[in-house]
Design a binder for this molecule. Structure first.
Ligand SMILES: [Zn+2]
Length: 60
């Protein structure tokens, strides 16, 4: 349902836009190295997933 722009309060607009934010924060700590990683993703720090190494991570 379209609502005229001047009828929408800043609060309402901001409340809606809050759901558009990118979820960048956190995740859970990696059981292997303790670094924060997203769940169901390979750990970017050590390359472990499901208790085994699936990626080789170069340590520079
Ligand atoms: Zn890790």
């Amino acid at each position: 349902m379209a609502v005229p722009k001047r009828k929408m309060s800043k609060s309402k607009v901001r409340m809606r836009k809050r759901s558009h934010r990118v979820h960048v924060t956190g995740g859970t700590p990696c059981p292997q190295c303790g670094a924060l990683r997203r769940s169901h993703r390979v750990c970017p720090a050590c390359g472990y997933y499901n208790k085994r190494q699936v990626l080789t991570v170069e340590t520079a």
